[in-house]
Design a protein. Sequence first.
Length: 76
Amino acid sequence: MSADWFFMKKSFFGKSKTVGPIAEPEFLRKIEKGEISPETMVSSTSKTHGHWMHLKEIRAGLQHWKKTHPPANGAA
């Protein structure tokens, strides 16, 4: 079963708004496109039990970020 995700997006004026729910495949695409970064606050009832966390605190999310955003010039 796929998780539904929410994430916080900053508006032009610096306010944050909640986006979602979005299905996990769309969530992964947003990570790939850089719309969701390691610093983005995310939440899922099934994966984070409704708690808001930075993407970097979710092992699978951070691994997907690193896989789709490799360091430039082989830097670690």
